[in-house]
Design a protein around this ligand. Structure first.
Ligand code: ADP
Ligand code: MG
Length: 600
């Protein structure tokens, strides 16, 4: 683990500074036609940066972002030609119109799952394209001309070089903001959305609202690009805002590496440059006019997806110095929960019922869990343990009965609401973000203890809170024995340590009650012993634990009390030693050797 003193620059940061300096020199040293190409790349890169956030990070595929670029472009064109206002006013006007439109479209379409969302993006992409082409006020298919140039301090930004600097500044700002966002609490929540909402919801992320926010943000970036485009070209027609362009922006993100801001820039540069070259050479080569570059694009995308699934950027990044761990130095604090007095009822399940059609998966189950206890919930496969777990964590509501957490009725509460009452959980099938560090995965557990939203994150104003989260995550990693792995990729850990990481992530949420869903599943013997030791340490530290488990060895060795389920019903409840002797339990586990049962 590396922790440079504050203010010293890591090799990676120096490389980044060097890259920015080179970029700043480019418009001066390149010949004019290449400066124009560079400007186009930069403008497109704004759209692609938005797609990286939306598609690469959050996992929502949009084919319609070229249309948002069009909304920005047409708005500023109207503002400056028809209304005769300053082109600079066209930017906020475009952002306002695009943002409103995206918020409406997002609110309607972002609840859709699977391939319905991409289809919806195609639908509005096409619709907006036809609006551009068939609205007389927008010039129809011939378009709008005489769009004024931007002026800065009396200087008209008409030459390629000044405009390249404007575009470069825009991209640097957007990329820096996107990077800040990705390394923040909100960014981690965004990544959690991609692997499905379950984890995000369990830690209190408002998943739908966050999806809409990112969708609007990505549309705003496209709108910004449209503004730059309109005042650079000085005329507009619908062609660059159609579905084909929307698809090409996605190609750029995918080829470069849709999960990386720099990947998006790289993909935009590679494909835009390639398109120019192919446009010149292909017709000559084939002796025919036509958009043959599209065919090459298609083949290229398939080749990249085949050879480098995550795009070109990860291939390059392998050669860059690693970011290491930067300890954040601000003295921030996170709110902590008042401890529940030992022995008080923390979880109270009263006559819980859950039916699936005719099946009573949980059939009138009651039990209580007291602060400071470790309670095991066991039973053969299909007994209803996971279903009961879902009732307690707010994942699915009970058909009848009641669930109370610390005296609050959570029978109909959302997972986030249950979490905010002090319940943190792990998952039967490990759900970590493999491409993030162990530390970042752990920090995700503290989402509900921090506040910074998307705006503060983009502006990098949440450092104190972030430092407190980092400190808390390191402390909890130490508690489960993972501190030495903090900077490693979570996906590289063996399963046993991934499960411990889930425990640490849950602990960062400052839970009063820790719920573990089959934590020993798939673990080797040594890993189970390690897990049991961690659980005992946590109990000594004042954490209350409900452990749902199939593995009897582990359960018997750590719990204070057991509830046994079979066919949805509560079969028995008591001390481990009594449960071992219970004939009904032995019947239910027929064929399974109960540890210690023979000796009893
Ligand atoms: P356990 O976790 O104890 O192995 P589960 O709670 O997963 O058991 O399942 C209990 C019963 O409920 C099983 O018969 C299972 O097939 C059924 N079940 C669980 N979830 C669903 C569902 N979403 N829809 C229909 N049946 C379900
Ligand atoms: Mg289960």
């Amino acid at each position: 683990m590396r922790s440079g003193p504050l203010g010293s620059l890591s090799p990676r940061t120096l490389l980044g500074v060097a890259a920015v300096l080179v970029a700043l020199a480019l418009p001066l040293v390149l010949p004019p036609f290449q400066v124009t190409l560079l400007t186009n790349i930069l403008i497109f890169a704004l759209v692609v940066t938005g797609l990286v956030l939306l598609t690469g990070i959050v996992g929502l595929t949009s084919f319609g972002h070229a249309a948002f670029m069009g909304v920005g472009a047409y708005t500023t064109a109207l503002v400056s030609t028809r209304l005769g206002l300053s082109p600079w006013l066209g930017l906020p006007a475009g952002l306002l119109v695009t943002g409103t439109l995206a918020a409406l479209l997002g609110a309607v379409t972002l609840r859709m799952q699977g391939h319905y969302l991409p289809l919806a993006t195609i639908a509005w992409g096409i619709s907006l394209f036809y609006v551009f082409g068939n609205t007389p006020a927008l010039g129809g298919n011939t378009g709008l001309t005489d769009i004024p140039a931007l002026e800065l301090l009396g200087l008209r930004l008409t030459g390629p070089r000044p405009y390249a600097y404007l575009a470069l500044l825009s991209v640097l700002l957007a990329a820096a903001g996107a990077q800040c966002l990705l390394s923040s609490r909100t960014g981690r929540a965004m990544r959690a959305l991609r692997s499905g909402p379950l984890v995000a919801e369990a830690f209190g992320v408002p998943t739908f609202r966050l999806r809409v926010q990112v969708f609007v943000l990505s549309a705003l970036l496209a709108s910004w690009a449209g503004w730059l485009y309109a005042h650079n070209q000085r005329f507009l027609n619908p062609t660059p805002f159609g579905l084909q362009s929307g698809i090409e922006y996605l190609f750029m993100a995918v080829v470069g590496g849709a999960q990386y801001v720099w990947g998006g820039l790289l993909g935009t540069a590679v494909l835009t440059d390639l398109r120019e070259r192919l446009r010149d050479t292909l017709p000559a080569l084939l002796g025919q006019q036509g958009n043959f570059e599209t065919v090459v694009f298609g083949i290229l995308v398939i080749a990249v997806l085949h050879g480098a699934r995550r795009g070109l950027w990860p291939v390059i990044e392998r050669w860059l110095p690693s970011a290491g761990l930067r300890r954040l130095e601000h003295a921030g604090t996170l709110p902590t929960r008042a401890p529940v007095p030992r022995g008080e009822v923390l979880l109270d399940v009263r006559g819980a019922v859950k039916t699936f059609g005719g099946l009573r998966a949980v059939d009138d189950v009651s039990f209580t869990l007291h602060a400071g206890e470790i309670l095991g919930l066991i039973g053969p496969n299909g007994a209803g343990k996971s279903t009961l777990f879902n009732l307690v964590t707010g994942v699915s509501p009970a058909t009848a009965g009641q669930v109370l957490v610390a005296g609050h009725d959570v029978t109909r509460a959302s997972p986030g609401a249950v979490h905010r009452l002090g319940v943190s959980r792990t998952f039967q099938h490990v759900r970590i973000l493999p491409e993030l560090s162990v530390l970042e995965n752990a920090m995700m557990g503290g989402y509900a203890r921090a506040r910074a939203g998307i705006v503060r994150s983009v502006l990098h104003l949440e450092r104190a809170e972030e430092a407190a989260l980092q400190r808390e995550a390191l402390a909890q990693l130490e508690r489960v024995g993972l501190q030495a792995h903090a900077t490693e990729l979570a996906g590289a850990l063996p399963l046993g340590q991934q499960r411990l990481l889930e425990v640490a992530r849950a602990l960062v949420g400052d839970p009063a009650l820790l719920l573990l869903d089959e934590p020993a599943a798939g673990l080797r013997h040594g890993e189970k012993r390690e897990l049991a030791a961690v659980l005992r340490r946590l109990q000594a530290g004042g954490i209350t634990i409900l452990i749902v488990e199939h593995d009897m060895d582990l359960v018997m060795s750590v719990v204070d009390r057991l509830v046994v389920m079979s066919s949805g019903q509560r079969l028995a409840e008591g001390l481990p030693a009594d449960i071992r002797r219970d004939p009904a339990v032995r019947e239910a586990y027929l064929g399974v050797d109960l540890p210690g049962a023979g000796a009893a």
